[in-house]
Design a binder for this molecule. Structure first.
Ligand SMILES: Cc1ncc(COP(=O)(O)O)c(C=O)c1O
Length: 135
């Protein structure tokens, strides 16, 4: 509980209950991808060069009628200009690694986050690996 409170403060989370210790990033992404309440016809986006752990869990949601949109990489990662036409009123999630494992591309999380927040339907974007990379 102390860990959750400290980490919530560090991340500026709304509540310690938003912090859940897990074994690995891959396990966490998989759990989230399976638990998200998505409806057939919804879609989600991620970059075509995403690490497999941040791609296959989302791709598995295709069996629920979710459209999986892979965005072409620009300079080895996700770029807002390239992403824009892939996002529409049925987009529920944009998954992006803060730092791409393959290219080292560092995502502009401020710009991507602002874009997603502008769109009420696009209610989550996933951040991954930034803490691990900075540690
Ligand atoms: C997006 C992403 N997820 C998961 C991993 C693997 O992390 P873990 O071993 O914690 O599952 C990596 C490794 O680079 C990654 O880039």
């Amino acid at each position: 509980m102390r860990f959750q409170a400290d980490f919530a403060a560090y991340l500026n989370a709304a509540s310690p209950s938003e912090i859940l210790p897990i074994t690995t990033t891959s396990a966490g992404l998989n759990a989230i991808a399976q638990a998200l309440p998505l409806e057939p016809g919804d879609n989600l986006c991620f970059c075509e060069t995403e690490f497999p752990s941040n791609a296959y869990p989302w791709m598995s949601r295709a069996q629920d009628g979710i459209e999986v949109r892979q965005v072409p990489a620009v300079n080895g990662g996700l770029d807002l200009t390239t992403l824009r036409p892939y996002v529409d009123e049925r987009t529920r999630l944009v998954a992006v690694s803060a730092v791409q494992f393959f290219s080292g591309h560092r995502a502009d999380l401020a710009a991507l986050g602002a874009f997603c927040r502008e769109r009420t339907s696009c209610w989550r974007w996933m951040r991954s690996r930034l803490l691990g990379t900075c540690a």
